[in-house]
Design a protein around this ligand. Structure first.
Ligand code: SF4
Ligand code: SF4
Length: 197
């Protein structure tokens, strides 16, 4: 028995030495395929993010900060605020993703985040965004937002003017109506006076 084991110990290395067996991967040149459920660096769709800050509020480790970046839609995200994540504190729980009301944040499959300093682990919206508007598109959207705001202001002004005119018209007959009964009272009072005389 012992003899057989000893022989195996010699023959096994000889066998494997002649075969090509993949023992390690040349990381990071060759990455292993990650499963769909992998929770890596977040992916942000800046074109639909509304800058509500819900992700920052629900994060149990307080690792999300809202910062300004001009590559979203001013029609949806008026303050142009997007999440910035500190991966030195993130535990990849996915709560921020679950609570995003417009589903613009998801867990990605990027896992390389090593850096030389602590600050390198803080990834801004420019790093996280997989979709964003160009400067020209943002300028066009801003012009559109201004036009819509001007239209709304004009409509509000017109409605207020119309309301004031209606109120004025409603007050006039009321005044006239208030004067009429006075006359009736006068006419009623006169016969009484006559009757007394
Ligand atoms: S990523 Fe989602 S939750 Fe966070 S600010 Fe944008 S819309 Fe709100
Ligand atoms: S995955 Fe969890 S810990 Fe990381 S930013 Fe989102 S809520 Fe915070």
């Amino acid at each position: 028995m012992l003899k057989r084991k000893m022989i195996k110990n010699f023959t096994w290395p000889l066998k494997t030495a002649t075969r090509e067996i993949e023992v390690t991967r040349l990381y990071p040149e060759f990455m292993m395929e990650l499963p769909d459920a992998e929770r890596g660096i977040h992916e942000l769709d800046a074109t639909i993010c509304i800058g509500c800050g819900t992700c920052a509020r629900v994060c149990p480790n307080s690792c999300i900060e809202m910062v300004n970046f001009k590559f979203g839609s001013p029609l949806k995200n008026k303050k142009m605020q997007f999440p910035q994540i500190d991966y030195g504190r993130c535990m990849f729980c996915g709560l921020c993703v679950d609570e995003c009301p417009v589903e613009c944040l998801k867990m990605g499959k990027k896992v390389i985040m090593a850096g030389w300093t602590r600050e390198d682990l803080v990834k801004g919206p420019d790093f996280l965004s997989t979709k964003r508007f160009s400067a020209k598109e943002v300028a066009d959207l801003e012009a559109e937002a201004k036009r819509i705001a001007a239209e709304k202001a004009a409509a509000k002004k017109a409605a207020a003017k119309e309301g004031a005119a209606k109120e004025g018209a409603a007050k006039k007959p009321a005044k006239e109506g208030a004067a009429a009964p006075k006359k009736e009272n006068d006419s009623e009072a006169k016969p009484k006076e006559g009757g007394a005389a």
